[in-house]
Design a protein around this ligand. Structure first.
Ligand SMILES: [Zn+2]
Length: 472
């Protein structure tokens, strides 16, 4: 027997805001705020109804939803409220949103190692998260309750979806029913000095990124494992009053315990220093100075994409590894500024010496392998970035056009193999703009759409808006 705030299978639901009538397909679940049902819509678009429990159906919640529906979603990554639902027969109200596709999984599957996504997919998910919250925050909105429970990802390609968007409010407005989820809340909220805001969102975001990349909470080290029962006072101390990063360079008293936090130690040794540095900042200054010390979304974006671009496959075991040239390498790189400079400035006799200096070496992290990988093929673009060139690497406008940062809408180049000799790799132009390629022998050729040039170290490419050099 259903109560006045529950729905039966098949029951019609009038969604006036969308001008449609749907039918309840089934109950998907019940949370702290209400029940969620899948709907059968007239055009078969997958929709979900969330109906609040009477105690949660407050005027404040209604206002929040109304404002979110008006503001529209920052991107399709958010499962955003589309329309409010009222019906005279039911107590309270609800709202409809798009249903996420079944390919989107909970991150808990990764944390419990039930799935094994690639580093590339994980880094794409991390990047998309940061990008989505950047968009949300730039609209003046704040999520308030960011945790691993309300984000989902496609383990194949890292695409994400963000759920539970009905707590999103205008930053600074003291509204909503939530203050956050334990372990993801910023220390200043736990100790009662602040309410959720965009700065506390940034802290929760850093926790999530650390969890995804290190499979461990950034504050759970020896201090946590020495606590016999993790009750409220000890949790408040650990996450709020005395938070200490497990890899704090100035205090090792909360260092990971190998018996309980092996993942943190393993992954800390895999990632390059520039990644560790940004996490150290996020959980040292970012804790001490909530207003100015937190890592900004743009800094995360640059770091995560640089890390994704540095992935190469070990020649022995095929594991994804991260390749980082020493900083001295960048100092030695000289890429001509002028287009005409490519062949006139490029001195063949100096090139071989320079290339020798920028040779790349890296030991595979896989404990069963530990092969020394040398001559990792990569392309360096305008001293701004480098991209390891694998058999499946694609370049996007993000890489070659400084005015289109973060544009991954369609590839402009891809690594290709020679049709008759698979050992010979090329870079194929997928854009409408021809490239000017200066070969090692001094010849300059034009490479048009669908044409390739051989990836011979020392080759220089003028992409139009940027210049690259093939290295190894
Ligand atoms: Zn290996």
């Amino acid at each position: 027997m259903s109560t006045t705030h529950e729905f039966q299978v098949g029951e019609p639901v009038h969604i006036n805001g969308l001008n449609i009538v749907c039918n309840v397909e089934k109950e998907l679940g019940s949370g702290t705020q209400g029940k969620v049902y899948s709907l059968i819509s007239p055009d078969n678009s997958p929709l979900v109804l969330k109906w609040y429990f009477p105690s949660m159906a407050t005027n404040e919640q209604y206002d929040i939803l109304e404002s979110l529906i008006q503001k529209k979603s920052p991107s399709n990554r958010f499962l955003w409220p589309l329309a409010l639902v009222n019906t005279p027969k039911k107590e309270g109200f609800g709202y409809v949103m798009s249903m996420k596709d079944s390919r989107f999984k909970s991150f808990s599957l990764w944390l419990s190692r039930k799935i094994n996504p690639s580093f590339k997919a994980l880094l794409t998910a991390c990047f998309e998260l940061v990008q989505s919250f950047h968009l949300l925050h730039s609209k003046g909105l704040c999520y308030q309750d960011l945790s691993l429970n309300n984000i989902y990802f496609d383990p194949e390609n890292g695409e994400i979806r963000i759920g539970d968007t009905d707590n999103i409010v205008i930053n600074g407005e003291d509204k909503g029913n939530v203050i956050g989820t334990p372990k993801f809340m910023a220390p200043e909220i736990i100790i009662g000095k602040a309410l959720p805001n965009t700065q506390t969102d940034l802290y929760s975001l850093a926790i999530i990124l650390f969890y995804i990349l290190f499979l461990n909470h950034p504050l759970e080290g020896k201090i946590e494992s020495s606590i016999k029962s993790l009750d409220l006072p000890s949790m408040s101390k650990l996450y709020g009053f005395e938070p200490l990063f497990i890899f704090d360079p100035n205090n090792d008293s909360n260092y990971p315990d190998p018996a309980f936090h092996a993942n943190a130690i393993i992954f800390w040794n895999i990632y390059p220093d520039f990644v560790k540095r940004i996490f150290v900042r996020a959980f040292t200054n970012g804790i001490k100075d909530p207003m100015h010390g937190r890592v900004r979304e743009t800094e995360w974006q640059i770091t995560l994409l640089s890390l994704r671009d540095s992935i190469y496959y070990c020649k022995q075991c095929g594991s994804e590894n991260f390749f980082v040239p020493g900083s001295s390498v960048f100092e030695k790189l000289t890429i001509p500024v002028e287009l005409g400079g490519i062949h006139s400035d490029f001195k063949v006799q100096n090139r071989s010496r320079n290339l020798e200096e920028i040779q790349s070496n890296s030991v595979c992290w896989n404990p069963q392998c530990k092969t020394m990988n040398t001559h990792i093929l990569n392309i360096r673009i305008d001293d701004r970035m480098f991209v390891a060139l694998n058999h499946d690497t694609k370049l996007f406008l993000h890489h070659i056009d400084p005015d289109h940062k973060y544009d991954f809408s369609s590839p402009v180049a891809e690594v290709s193999r020679h049709p008759t000799d698979p050992r010979v790799w090329g870079l194929k132009n997928l854009s409408a703009y021809p490239w000017k390629v200066s070969k090692v022998n001094g010849d300059v050729i034009e490479v048009y759409l669908k044409q390739s040039f051989s990836l011979v170290p020392g080759t220089k490419i003028d992409f139009g808006r940027s210049k690259g050099i093939v290295c190894y």
